[in-house]
Structure formats: structure tokens, C-alpha cells
Design a protein around this ligand. Structure first.
Ligand code: GCO
Ligand code: MG
Length: 405
């Protein structure tokens, strides 16, 4: 028996920020949803899905998830990269959603069942200066979080990654005709960050898990200097210390510090992270489920990581939709080497479009037990929020030259 795909559509909606959502419908009336959001490049994925993949999906058997993944991955001569892999990822999520609904089970049951009771989660705290950051960390603890990523401003810099002045939550993508420009000064950052993170540790005591994201800004020597100066802070991880391209150079850093490293949110396939994993240059692999080809592919990345005692900690910013978050939670619940899920929460408008069954309690998340991925999409609500052009920022050194953002 086959379950034929009869309709494929792509919704682009902007309830406070842009999301790209894929809808696949089968001949027996099942609707599956996938997230295809790539922050600041939304329309490229929408077009890749609509113009190139959707026509080839029509008529295919929705039950053949792995075969469909291979069809679009191996069937594309021009393969890999964030646009292609997010599009394949969206199809993959929608097909897992369909299979769960067809069999009336949550997706985690299809992946082998729960390997843990709940998933530890971390969120973001942000403050321009230390008192503001400590306030933000306290608010996160009051909400129940047991793990918090701490980012602060840097003296002398006007706009810094991960920090807002005054606004309630941080959203890097700016709406408008071009990217916002941030500035960067490595020396100032290296002087300032250890003091800030030590102040946070002193304030919260030993139990709270603390994380920090360098966002690809340092070379390996600078990264080693930072890592060594942070050893007493007892970080859960230091994230993206160097640009993701420079993988072999991380050995220098590993030889000089035991601080745990997390990398991978910009990777899209197992081949992008294979060296980091097999040489054990990292402790946590961060590929987002949708950006790396969906559940079918990220579970292979996690299986390779398991062999090297590396844990999964997928990227989960508010710029991927609740469908991706839900998929990550189903995968996380069923995967033994899954460490933690990033969870920033969403603007209240987002829940007008996406109603999700996942629940947050006491610092942990659970995907819930609704069939499939457990996310309902309200298409009328989605239509009320049309796409708005948005860009991620760029960063420049003080002399005006370009820096990795
Ligand atoms: C994180 C990330 C994000 C990215 C953002 C880009 O660790 O959550 O670094 O803040 O910058 O997702 O769209
Ligand atoms: Mg990051």
C-alpha cells in the first residue's frame, strides 16, 4: 500500500519574525508540517522548495522517508549547503509528522521510544553591563531554567552580538533594506569577557550551568587565551570560538585547555562535522535539525558522535519555528547522547500561528504525546502576517574591515 503525496505548499509568514513552513498532504488526507526557516535567507529556501523540489514530490510515497531523503540529497548534483539542506530538512520533518499521524504515535516512538524522561534546556540571558546581565540571569532562574547562556556588551562597542539595549529579548535579524552593522574589538572583548563571566559565576553559585557563545570571532590562539582565562568559571560550554571553517586549527586550542567546546550550528551535513567528531575536537555538536537535513540526517550525525563520546545539543534559536523545536525534542527524547536543547521561547504572536504540544517544566522540555510532531499550524493566522525583508547583521573591526559575524 502506498500513501501518495498529492499536494505540497510553502507558507511564508512573519508573526514578529519570518518563518518558512512546508505543508505536505497525502491522498488519505493526512497533513504533515515541516520548518524551512533560514534566518535572513528565507525566500531562497522557499523558492528551492516550491520551484525545484515540490514538483518532484507530487505522487511519491509519503511513507518512504529515507528513500525520499536520499532521492533529494543524492539526486541533486549541486548538493549540500544551508539552502538545499534546510529544504530537504523541511520535507523530512513533514514526512515524519505524516508517519506519526498515520500510525497515531508521537515521532519519538518511531525513533525507538524515550531514552530519557525529559530534556534539559538552556536559554539566553543578556545584559549590556554586569548588573543588567545578572538581573537577566536571575529572571531566567526564576522561570525555572537550570542552564543559561550569558552574553554582555563590550566597553567601547556600540552594538554587540547577543545583546540588546533595553528590549525584552534578543533577535539578531533586523527588518529593513540591508544588514545592520555591528562593530568588534577582539582585545576589548578578551579583557572584558572573563570578568563578566566570573561575576556571573560568583553571583549564581556552583549549580547553574553557564554557557557562552563567542560567535566565530577569534583565531585559535585568542580562543586558547580566552578558554584558559575561563577555566575557573566552570562553563558548561564555550561555543563557536573560531570561524567554523577552520576546523583543523582547533587542535591548538584543545592542547591548551579542557574547557568543553560546542560547535556546529552553521553545519549542514555529517561531512561538515566529520573531522571535528572523529578527531574529537569538540564536546558538543550543534547542528540544527532542519538546517542539517532533518531528523533522518541529524540522527546519523548523533550516531557518529556517540562513538566518540560527543553529545548532541542542537541549535534552537527563536529563528527556527516551533516545528523545528518540536522535531529536535522528539529526536532528543529518543537519543541517548543528547545533552541539552537551546530554547529561547517565542514572541506571543508566534503561538497564533503555531500551536505546539511541547511543554516546559522545571528547566526541562518534553515534546508531548500528540501524534506526529505535535504542532498545529493555523493557516488563516499565518496569512495575517506577510513576509517582511530581514537581514542578519554584519560585523566590522574598528578600522572598518569585515569580521565574521
Ligand atoms: C545561537 C546562535 C544564534 C544565531 C542565530 C542566527 O547560539 O543561538 O548563535 O543566536 O546567531 O540563530 O540566525
Ligand atoms: Mg550560537
Amino acid at each position: 500500500m502506498t500513501r501518495k503525496i498529492v499536494d505540497v505548499d510553502v507558507l511564508v509568514t512573519s508573526p514578529s519574525r519570518n518563518f518558512v513552513t512546508l505543508r505536505i498532504t497525502t491522498d488519505d488526507g493526512i497533513v504533515g508540517w515541516g520548518d524551512a526557516t533560514l534566518n535572513g535567507r528565507e525566500l531562497a529556501v522557499a523558492s528551492y522548495l516550491r520551484d525545484h523540489l515540490a514538483p518532484a514530490l507530487l505522487g511519491r510515497d509519503a511513507d518512504r522517508i529515507e528513500d525520499t531523503w536520499q532521492y533529494f540529497y543524492r539526486g541533486a548534483y549541486w548538493r549540500r549547503g544551508p539552502v538545499t539542506m534546510a529544504a530537504i530538512g523541511a520535507i523530512d520533518l513533514a514526512l515524519w509528522d505524516i508517519k506519526g499521524k498515520a500510525l497515531d504515535v508521537p515521532v519519538y516512538q518511531l525513533l525507538g521510544g524515550a531514552a530519557r524522561d525529559r530534556i534539559l534546556t538552556y536559554t539566553h540571558a543578556t545584559g549590556w553591563d554586569v548588573p543588567e546581565l545578572l538581573d537577566s540571569v536571575d529572571r531566567r532562574r526564576e522561570q525555572g531554567f537550570r542552564a543559561v547562556r550569558a552574553q554582555s556588551g563590550v566597553p567601547g562597542l556600540d552594538k554587540v552580538y547577543g545583546v540588546t539595549k533595553g528590549a525584552a529579548s534578543y533577535e539578531p535579524a533586523g527588518r529593513g533594506a540591508g544588514p545592520v552593522e555591528e562593530d568588534w574589538d577582539t582585545s576589548a572583548y578578551l579583557r572584558h569577557a572573563p570578568k563578566v563571566l566570573s561575576a556571573v559565576r560568583e553571583h549564581v553559585g556552583p549549580d547553574l550551568k553557564l554557557l557562552h557563545d563567542v560567535h566565530h570571532r577569534l583565531n585559535p590562539t585568542e580562543a586558547a587565551r580566552l578558554a584558559r582565562s575561563l577555566e575557573d568559571v566552570d562553563l558548561f560550554w564555550l561555543e563557536d570560538v573560531t570561524p567554523a571553517e577552520n576546523q583543523r586549527l582547533l587542535r591548538t586550542l584543545r592542547q591548551q585547555t579542557t574547557i568543553p567546546l560546542a560547535i556546529g550550528e552553521v553545519f549542514n551535513t555529517v561531512w561538515d562535522c566529520e573531522h571535528l567528531i572523529t578527531e574529537r575536537l569538540i564536546d558538543f555538536i550543534r547542528t540544527a535539525v532542519v538546517h542539517a537535513g532533518g531528523i533522518s540526517h541529524v540522527r546519523k550525525i548523533l550516531a557518529l558522535a556517540e562513538v566518540y563520546q560527543i553529545k548532541g545539543a542542537p541549535h534552537g534559536p527563536s529563528d527556527v519555528s516551533p516545528i523545528n523545536l518540536s522535531a529536535s525534542l522528539h529526536l532528543g527524547l529518543a537519543t541517548s547522547n543528547f545533552a541539552i536543547q537551546e530554547y529561547m521561547g517565542y514572541d506571543p504572536l508566534v503561538s497564533e500561528v503555531f500551536q505546539s504540544s511541547f511543554r516546559f517544566e522545571d528547566g526541562y522540555l518534553h515534546p508531548g504525546d500528540e501524534p506526529g510532531l505535535g504542532v498545529h499550524v493555523d493557516e488563516d493566522a499565518a496569512a495575517r502576517f506577510p513576509y517582511k525583508q530581514a537581514y542578519l547583521p554584519i560585523a566590522r573591526e574598528l578600522d572598518g574591515s569585515m569580521k565574521d559575524w
